[in-house]
Design a protein around this ligand. Structure first.
Ligand code: PYC
Length: 315
């Protein structure tokens, strides 16, 4: 029986190149009408149980990224969104933005063409190319440090760059294992060690931000792709897609090294063999603005229910 105290949350699930997104359309907490960064802070400090309810078992699973729809503060934006996962909150999420755009199109809330979306780290643009293909123009991305060498127990010396693509990444030059889905457990263990070694050494992004995403790179399998990656996310999960913010960080490093010119395509393959097509442009300040194109598909429409007295609302 559904009583008036029953919580009902409408969600639409999709996947972007294999990586799941759960868009929360209604039934979320009241986060006020401040900036998205302020609303994120209220979400984090006062309503973390809602994040857990949406993402964790028994209603969710560790790999899914949540996208809470909010009212935009900027009237030029079609939507505003806060992304979250099994461990916490994300500044931006590339695959999630592609999933969100396909979901809004599926609902008839946006059409084909360019729309602006507000996120806690800035406004991003989406271009809906077809019902299942979207290009996002991400926030300005940049490399903070090149060729950091760290000694990691069990891995030896690991060299990589620290870069920002909407989240903070350590981009390791070499993968400790072949980038094959069969090795995903070993790759995750290795990435976990790299993340905590960086933390122990006090190596951070700007303003002390934790580097909580790790990428390993290797040769692509598909002839049209330039590189394959494995991407570790903060909750110990791996990205099934090539990771929109991770590909943005990669593009920023390639641009800084003079390897990739503006508008030159870069095809990034994921650990499952899916891909994103990336390019970048320079903005008026000369910053790198990555553009990432990928496909997303709707997989379900549902109402999550929390009945009063449920003793296990989350794992
Ligand atoms: O696509 O940016 C991304 C992303 C971040 C974490 C998982 N996916």
């Amino acid at each position: 029986m559904i009583t008036s105290n029953t919580q009902r949350i409408r969600v639409i699930d999709s996947h972007t190149e294999g990586e799941p997104t759960r868009v929360v359309l209604g039934g979320g907490p009241d986060l006020g009408s401040g900036s998205l960064a302020e609303r994120l802070q209220i979400f984090r400090t006062q309503h973390d149980g809602f994040r857990r309810l949406i993402i964790l078992e028994p209603r969710g699973y560790d790999a899914v990224v949540g996208a809470l729809m909010c009212e935009p503060t900027d009237s030029s934006c079609a939507a505003a969104v806060i992304f979250f996962n099994n461990a916490g909150y994300l500044g931006m999420c590339g695959h999630g933005t592609i999933g969100l755009a396909v979901t809004l199109y599926h609902l008839g809330r946006i059409g084909l063409g360019v729309q602006r979306i507000e996120t806690p780290v800035g406004i991003v643009e989406v271009n809906v190319l077809s019902p299942n293909q979207v290009t996002i123009e991400n926030v300005a991305s940049y490399r903070k440090t090149k060729d950091i060498m760290i000694d990691v127990e069990g891995l030896g010396q690991v060299t990589g760059d620290v870069a920002y693509g909407g989240n903070w990444f350590f981009l390791a030059k070499n993968a400790p294992f072949d980038l094959n889905i069969k090795n995903v457990r070993q790759l995750t263990d290795a990435a976990d060690k790299v993340r905590y070694r960086l933390r122990d050494l006090g190596i951070t992004g700007d303003n002390g931000a934790e580097i909580d995403h790790v990428e390993f790179f290797g040769p692509a399998e598909h002839p049209e792709a330039h590189s394959r990656n494995y991407v570790y996310c903060p909750g110990g999960e791996y990205d099934r897609s090539p990771c929109g913010t991770g590909t943005s960080a990669k593009v920023a490093c390639l641009a800084a090294d003079g390897i990739l010119a503006p508008d030159q395509p870069w095809v990034q393959e994921s650990i499952i063999g899916s891909s994103f097509q990336a390019t970048y442009r320079h903005d008026l300040q000369g910053r790198v603005i990555p553009r990432i194109t990928g496909r997303a598909f709707i997989v379900s429409e549902a109402t999550l229910i929390r009945q009063p007295g449920d003793p296990f609302p989350t794992r």
